[in-house]
Design a protein around this ligand. Sequence first.
Ligand SMILES: [Zn+2]
Length: 308
Amino acid sequence: MTNRFAVRAATIALVALPVLGASIAAKLRVVATTPDLASLAREIGGDAVDVLALAKPTEDPHFVDAKPSHIVTLNRADVLIEGGAELELGWLPPLLESSRNSKIAAGAPGRIVASLGVHMLETPATFDRSKGDVHSLGNPHFMIDPVNVKIIAADIAGHFAQVQPASAALFRANLEKFNTKLDVKFAEWQKQLAPFRGARIVTYHKDFVYLAERFQLEVVETLEPKPGIAPSPSHLARVIEAMKAKSARVILVQPYQNRKTAETVARQTGAVVVDISQQPGARPDTKTYFDMMDYMVTSLAAALGTLK
Ligand SMILES: [Zn+2]
């Protein structure tokens, strides 16, 4: 019922558009599935775009609460940026179907799939969805690797230019600015984490694999037995043993993960629980991708530093 209303409201809005006149250089309406991708879109699009994220910063990107308002947002979009690799499989396809927007259909210039340019880690040879694993096409949490982000930013700039050729020079200039800043910040993050090369960490979900690979950390265990499957007592007992055997004393949790479970494990292993987020806006003063990474790297280095 609500869906039908939402679609009708969107149709009315669409009919009204040509009346407003297409001669004024309208801002590109960009929708990103998650705030990290939205932050990139703002950096590249600058004043030529209006950007909205569907997921809240504190929501699990695998399990976003789909709302009728999302259908309206998608219906009006000129560009959709998704993580891809089935990150949004559980919630985006029905919203897209209801939004009936050919501009952001698969394969259209207005559809950007971030994972397509990224070298995916943990791509399974075979996959059994019945086991509940949500990483069917490899690990989709690749935005915390600055090398991947550079690839995705270039992809976004290319698509923006295709959809709005008049602003192509602006998008190119913004991309260059972004890359310059990213190079500086990446060097800083590497320096901050360099003393902790080889450090052993534990995460709730398999969501820090790319960070570990890029900054040479070792993810010893995850509290979830499989991505998307809640921790069980028997699995946690194995995790505790592994943490003791390998002296892993840092557990990373994101806002939507069960902190109590992490605290229980921490109590039995002498570990510390570190609150971070891969989404800008979830932690204090983390409006942009750069803020979010600063917060993550600084928190992680601080925690590892106290254990030395
Ligand atoms: Zn995941």
